[in-house]
Design a protein. Structure first.
Length: 95
């Protein structure tokens, strides 16, 4: 079952990177539009559409990683707890 949890974790990683990349692409595209309100709105809507899938992917990433850590008895290793702490600080910094 450990390999299945790792697979879920990796699906979450890929999904998060893709959806976050779309949001970042939209951010830089808005800067390059030069004040055209319709194009700015289009890019903002594109970014908005990827927000929910980004959070779903992030939950898959965390859930799969934690489940793999439990199933593989990896919590005794420091890197797993460090990665969980590292995943937590951006959420704290944003809020």
């Amino acid at each position: 079952m450990y390999r299945a949890w790792v697979f879920v974790h990796l699906i979450g990683v890929v999904g998060f990177l893709v959806t976050h990349g779309v949001s970042m692409w939209a951010l830089f595209a808005v800067r390059a539009v030069d004040g055209d309100r319709d194009r700015i709105l289009e890019w903002c809507e594109t970014s908005k559409r990827t927000t929910k899938p980004m959070y779903i992917s992030f939950v898959l990433l965390l859930f799969g990683g934690i489940a793999a850590g439990i199933d593989g008895a990896r919590f005794a290793e420091g890197w797993l707890l460090g990665s969980l702490a590292g995943a937590r600080w951006p959420a704290v910094a944003i809020s």
